[in-house]
Write a protein that binds this ligand. Structure first.
Ligand code: PFF
Length: 459
């Protein structure tokens, strides 16, 4: 066994690092957007079912694979089933890690830009500014977003290069409590805004007419993306868990924290948006166009509150992005370092450089390369689509099949019970979820998706 691989030093570190991976732009930026489109509470209910019935079993499977192999996402399959095609799941995961970090860092770079702008008071104090236009001008600039992308990747690099305990665990322990504190503060504030009740009603009242098959697919993609499952990110993290880490408890904690943050973000965004009378389904521009308008309006009435609200919101988004990007980076860094026998620093540098390169492609697809498409999509869209709608569900499906049907049942039970030291009352239902419910559910939705895609493309 590799004794110099590093490991998490405490159970709190395990939970905060894994929850840090899960809580990200997916919760604060993507989730409210999808809720806005998918009929409020109706979407949330479907989403919750997918979290606990499909994504949580995938998370547990990743934990079982990672801790029993104690290797990176690729090496784990090589170790657990040498010479078998399961290795393809590891390849997909590492590839997915590069793709997801590349497009994710572009949006994180925008967040960094908005954080700095709000710190300088430039978002809040500009009467008459058209934020839609300002956002478009910024993202279509050939250089600026790439500079922010590079800065964000450097921040991520800095943490990953320092290793598991000194880097990932230490910074997760610092950033996650801060993040959770800011969320609670912002929510308390936004709930007191005049007219906030309309936003709350929107969140809590299901509009079933908006639930289409597409919305159901979107909910599954969102559940997987939000919990970071299907790419082997949690295989990698759990390879640093100790013998004492309780897998089921950790998975439940991460699912609960992640869902709480997503729903709380909804309670920050919708009451505020409704209080100034803006349509809730404003799409991905929600946090970069709609919210600056809200901040501006608040600022014009209460300058200090408007300033603090805007700044804290973008700091929150930035922290969330960073704790997640670290975990994506780690999938690739651990692979390169272990597979090619290189130092962590060397491997991390290679990953940062590759992602800067790929991320620049994504960034340019909002500007000068708007018309450059591959399979009918710009680079950003293509990377996002490939990872969220394809690699994550497929990876998740294969990992539950691997653990449920291929891995030795004894090994699986040993992992779940820490070698029989902790009793698991829910063993049977959990195994049933891993063996039957999750794979069948994912498969049905996945096949449906391919079928819907064919219809869409008219083939
Ligand atoms: N879970 C992260 C979010 O919600 O923003 C995104 C993510 C992290 C996806 C890590 C994939 C991954 F491997």
């Amino acid at each position: 066994m590799n004794s110099d691989r590093g490991s998490f030093g405490s159970q709190l570190g395990v939970i905060l690092a894994s929850a840090g991976s899960a809580v990200g732009l997916g919760n604060i930026w993507r989730f409210p957007t999808e809720v806005g489109r998918g009929g409020g509470a109706a979407f949330i209910l479907i989403y919750l079912c997918f979290i606990f019935l499909l994504a949580m079993p995938v998370m547990l499977s990743e934990f079982i694979i990672g801790r029993s192999a104690r290797s990176n996402a690729f090496g784990a399959f090589q170790k657990l089933s040498p010479g078998k095609p399961w290795i393809a799941v590891g390849v997909m995961g590492v590839l997915g890690g590069f793709l997801v970090l590349s497009f994710y860092s572009v949006v994180a770079g925008w967040t960094l830009h908005y954080t700095l702008q709000s710190a300088l008071g430039q978002l809040q104090g500009q009467e008459g500014i058209d934020f839609g236009e300002a956002f478009k001008t910024f993202v279509s600039d050939p250089w600026q977003p790439i500079i922010y992308l590079a800065l964000f990747l450097l921040l991520t690099h800095f943490v990953v290069a320092r290793g598991i305990q000194q880097g990932i665990e230490r910074y997760s322990k610092l950033m996650m409590p801060l993040l959770l504190g800011i969320i609670v503060f912002l929510m308390a504030f936004s709930l007191t805004m005049p007219g906030a009740s309309d936003g709350i009603r929107f969140l809590l009242q299901p509009d079933l007419s908006k639930v289409t098959p597409e919305v159901v697919l979107g909910a599954m993609g969102q559940a997987f993306f939000s919990l970071s499952v299907g790419l082997g990110c949690l295989v990698t993290y759990s390879s640093y868990f100790s013998k004492e880490t309780r897998l089921v408890k950790s998975a439940m904690n991460v699912c609960i924290i992640d869902t709480m943050v997503a729903v709380l973000s909804g309670f920050i965004i919708f009451p505020t948006v409704f209080s100034v009378g803006i349509a809730p389904d404003a799409g991905p521009g929600l946090v970069f166009i709609t919210l600056p308008n809200v901040f501006l309006l608040t600022f014009s009435k209460m300058p200090v509150v408007g300033y603090v609200f805007a700044l804290l919101f973008y700091v929150l988004l930035l922290l969330a992005a960073l704790t997640s990007s670290i975990s994506m980076h780690e999938i690739c860094t651990a692979f390169i370092s272990e597979h090619f026998g290189k130092s962590r620093r060397w491997a991390a540098t290679v990953v940062t450089v590759i992602c800067l390169f790929l991320g620049s492609f994504c960034s340019l697809s909002f500007g000068p390369w708007q018309d450059v498409t591959l399979f009918g999509r710009g680079f950003f869209d293509l990377f996002d689509f490939t990872v969220t709608n394809f690699l994550m569900p497929l990876g998740g499906l294969l990992m539950t099949l691997f653990v449920g049907w291929w891995l030795d049942r004894k090994l699986v039970e040993q992992q779940l019970t820490n070698d029989g030291r902790i009793p698991i009352r829910m063993m049977r239902p959990l195994l049933f979820l891993i063996r039957w419910v999750a794979p069948t559910g994912i498969l049905i939705i996945f096949l449906n998706e391919i079928w819907a895609l064919k219809l869409l493309l008219g083939t």
